[in-house]
Design a protein around this ligand. Structure first.
Ligand code: FAD
Length: 457
């Protein structure tokens, strides 16, 4: 039994929690970082990083299969899942070690164990009491399911999907959002038959509709099947596989059902309500400066309603540390946070979609320009199709950028600068893009919106 005092106590060491701890220690605070599992959280251990290793393996498989087209003699002989696993585990282990070293080097006290908020200034871990002048809640999220849909056996979530020691031959994926399409993309590249079931009218439904439509065309061309606009009804499983039934009576069978219907906040039974923190359906409610209803208690990351992304967590963690230090940091709205879907094709966007821009400013006040990647030399070399769409306010700034195609995730940096800096196309059009790069596609779109298209009409 012990009692320790800190300037700041952070509960949960995922993207949001550890970023807050690192920035607070940089600002001279004494920090306790409480974690029941592994520092790095979902993103490092079962989210962003391991899924991207699988996607890279999938990309290499496609390259190997199509190598003859580029004049390279190679035989695609299949997937060695043990080797994929050791590649994936190697990357995660190395990033984990690096993060542990960084946390230690910054003088942060890591406390292992399950924490419970016992009062607005106190977290209990077993018999130990950790007291903070300020407390940040950062306990993250878990894979949700649907009412009556039980996870187990052949019905799995992304956590089990990552750990599979075989490549399924046939899979049903429930959910056409980011996690669902990323796994679908991997499995298809590895040779599986994939059927996606999405209740909304589009795949990647949070994107600009023109992007969703192109995405559907690309998936169809790859032979990835999907059903849109009909809801899941039930699933049965036996030793051979699963049978999924939709509300319209259609059935799909497979070896596995991946449930990818979103993530719920991990906030139950850890004392939040009892300490007086206002909650809504499990999420912690904060104001725009991430203060909860209890003075001195803040929340960051996936438990705060909005985009559930690692870089939002990082940004919020840094924000709260600076807020506590009195630095008055700038609020970044969710809409201006970049989003990337790392499937083949990739999707990347930031800011308002065309429909949202029209809704906000009116149809006459908004212009958008869709640059087809067919006109971009580097994209042609990579044999990718897709587009870069830029939405602007007339006589005003860039409001949104929406991209689809191979590697467009790497273009989002420039796009987010344009949107967050509220740049006018006329001001950024003169900036030069190296030739031949895919970045030129953004440059071409800015030129067109500034009234002087180069390689377009
Ligand atoms: C398959 C998948 C792929 C993803 N890919 C991407 C991607 O490519 N890009 C991206 O931006 N985002 C991605 N995400 C989302 C990203 O992982 C999350 O948005 C991010 O991890 C949220 O950070 P967080 O700090 O809020 O929570 P988490 O990372 O979930 O961390 C919370 C931590 O708190 C700990 N904890 C919980 N309760 C307690 C307690 N009572 N006591 C002590 N510790 C506790 C947990 O063990 C965990 O380590 C992906 C997610 C998944 C599942």
């Amino acid at each position: 039994m012990s009692e320790q005092n800190f300037d700041l106590v952070v509960l949960g060491a995922g993207s949001g929690g550890y970023a807050a701890a690192l920035r607070a220690s940089e600002l001279g605070m004494s920090v306790a970082l409480i974690e029941k599992d592994k520092v790095g959280g979902t993103c490092l251990h079962v989210g962003c990083i391991p899924t991207k290793t699988l996607l890279h393996s999938a990309e290499v498989a496609d390259f190997a299969r199509e190598s003859a087209k580029f004049g390279v003699k190679a035989d695609y002989q299949g997937i060695d899942i043990a080797a994929v696993t050791s590649y994936r585990e190697g990357i995660v282990a190395s990033k984990y070690k690096g993060l542990q070293g960084l946390i230690k080097a910054r003088g942060i006290t890591t406390i292992e164990g399950e924490g419970r908020l016992a009062s607005p200034t106190t977290v209990r871990v077993g018999d130990d009491t950790i007291i903070g002048k300020n407390v940040i809640l950062a306990t993250g999220s878990y894979s949700r399911s649907l009412p009556g849909l039980e996870i187990g056996g052949r019905v799995i979530t992304s956590e089990q999907a990552l750990q599979l020691d075989f490549v399924p031959k046939k899979v049903v994926v429930l959910g056409g959002g980011v996690i669902g399409v990323e796994f679908s993309s991997v499995w298809k590249s590895w040779g599986a038959d994939v059927q996606i079931v999405e209740a909304l009218p589009h795949l990647v439904p949070n994107e600009d509709e023109s992007v969703s439509k192109q995405f559907e065309r690309a998936f169809r061309k790859r032979g990835i099947n999907f059903s849109l606009g009909v809801r899941f009804q039930s699933v049965t499983q036996d030793d051979n596989g699963v049978v999924v039934t939709l509300e319209d009576g259609q059935t799909f069978d497979g070896e596995l059902l991946l449930v990818a219907v979103g993530r719920g906040p991990l906030t139950a039974n850890i004392g939040y309500e009892e300490a007086g923190v206002t909650m809504d359906r499990g999420f912690v409610i904060t104001n725009e400066r991430l203060h909860t209803s209890v003075p001195g208690v803040y929340a960051v990351g996936d438990i705060v309603p909005g985009l559930q992304l690692a870089h939002r967590g990082f940004m919020q963690g840094i924000f709260v540390a600076e807020e506590i230090a009195g630095l008055n940091p700038v609020v970044v709205e969710d809409i201006n946070i970049p989003k990337v879907t790392y499937s083949d094709p990739e999707v990347a966007s930031v800011g308002l979609s065309e429909a949202k821009a029209v809704e906000k400013y009116g149809a006459d006040a908004v212009t958008s320009y869709d640059y087809n990647l067919a006109g971009n030399g580097k994209s042609h070399i990579l044999e990718t199709s897709g587009s870069v769409k830029v939405v602007r306010l007339n006589d005003g700034p860039v409001l949104g950028v929406h991209m689809i195609g191979a590697r467009v995730g790497e273009l989002i940096g420039e796009a987010q600068l344009a949107v967050n800096w509220e740049a006018y196309p006329e001001d950024i059009a003169p900036f030069i893009h190296a030739h031949p790069t895919q970045n030129e596609a953004l440059g071409e779109a800015f030129l067109a919106l500034a009234g002087k298209p180069l390689h377009a009409v």
